[in-house]
Design a protein around this ligand. Structure first.
Ligand code: DAH
Length: 338
């Protein structure tokens, strides 16, 4: 070792004992900085006797290397310690196995809706939509449901302060479709509807309907029947018996309910179909002349059929879900296909 030179071990030890980044920076400045001791030694080389220069230079180089690598080593240690401290402060255990998350999948409502849309677009129907917040004209008046008429009570209607209506059915979209299109018209309109219902296993205040409307010349109940039967067969995957029963809806004449043979007992009669062997599935009928007229269509020239399915009921039947609340509470898990 050169006389007057510091020991390598002293430098290494000094670096190793730096307790934090600030101390390490002081170390760097003291030895390796522009005015540091090793730099000063290097500068003094020029004034050293020529025969000593090579040996002094080599010794200074050793010191410099040692100081630099001692600094590098301590820097890594201090960085690691800081990182560990930060992790512990937040109690993140990076070695813990990650939580198993089951893969998500499409909601049964979406799945079945895709099938329904596919079916109807294949028959030449287009998908139409309307606003969820409606006015009285589209939700009631144009559908031949006059103000103060008892028929209005059937829909447990919410009203906003401004007397707007969270639509009680998708039938309002029939009106919008007839106002904005020229016949022949073929539309379906899926969407949310809202009613002031007490929520239980079979009722919800917000649920889904799919409305259908066809306007053309010479439309009869046979067209409606065929359209709905092919839908039921497609969705239920088998040729279930269907039947029509007369029913009253102000916007159709005649009004009908399509019943489907009970999928649970195959028509024998069970508690779900209340012994009748049939489940009430899709209401519909021929568009009332007054409804056509309220949309500017001449009822002598045009006829139509319409239907409005309660979609949740279909989803529940198809996937074996026995409580409508499961469809909306985010806890729906395994679904079984019928
Ligand atoms: N809008 C009716 C409801 O919510 C369902 C309905 C019945 C729709 C007959 C129709 C129809 O298009 O023709 O109760």
């Amino acid at each position: 070792m050169q006389a007057g030179f510091p020991e390598v071990s002293t430098i290494v030890q000094e670096a190793a004992s730096c307790g934090d980044h600030a101390a390490l920076e002081e170390f760097r400045l003291r030895w390796l900085g522009k005015k540091g001791e090793i730099t000063t030694l290097l500068k003094s080389l020029g004034t050293a006797p020529p025969e000593e220069r090579a040996a002094r230079g080599a010794a200074i180089h050793v010191l410099k290397e040692a100081a630099q690598s001692a600094w590098d080593t301590r820097k890594v240690e201090l960085d690691q310690a800081a990182e560990d401290a930060a992790l512990h402060a937040g109690w993140v255990d990076v070695t813990a196995p990650s939580m198993a998350r089951p893969l998500g999948r499409l909601h049964p409502i979406t799945l079945l809706l895709e099938e329904v849309i596919d079916h109807f677009t294949g028959l030449g129907f287009e998908v139409a939509s309307g606003p969820e917040i409606e006015d009285e004209f589209h939700n009631f008046d144009a559908l031949n449901i006059p103000k103060d008429h008892p028929a209005r009570d059937v829909w447990d209607t919410f009203y906003t302060d401004r007397r707007e209506i969270p639509r009680t059915h998708t039938s309002s979209v029939q009106i919008r479709a007839m106002q904005t299109r020229k016949p022949p018209i073929r539309v379906i309109s899926p969407g949310r509807v809202f009613r002031n219902e007490t929520i239980d296993a079979t009722h919800h205040a917000s649920f889904n309907q799919v409305e259908g409307l066809l306007v053309d010349r010479h439309v009869t109940v046979a067209h409606l029947k065929h359209t709905l039967e092919t839908l039921v067969h497609k969705l239920m995957g088998r040729r279930l018996e269907t039947r029509f029963r007369p029913a009253f809806y102000p916007f159709v004449e005649p009004g009908l309910d399509l019943d489907v043979q009970c999928v649970f007992c195959s028509g024998v009669g069970c508690s779900i179909c209340k012994g009748s062997g049939y489940i009430e599935l899709i209401p519909g009928g021929l568009v009332h002349p007054k409804v056509l007229a309220s949309c500017g269509l001449d009822p002598d020239e045009w006829q139509g059929f319409a239907f409005g399915m309660g979609f949740d009921r279909m989803v529940m039947m198809r996937y074996g879900i026995d409580d409508i609340r499961r469809l909306y509470d985010g806890r729906l898990q395994l679904v079984r296909q019928f």
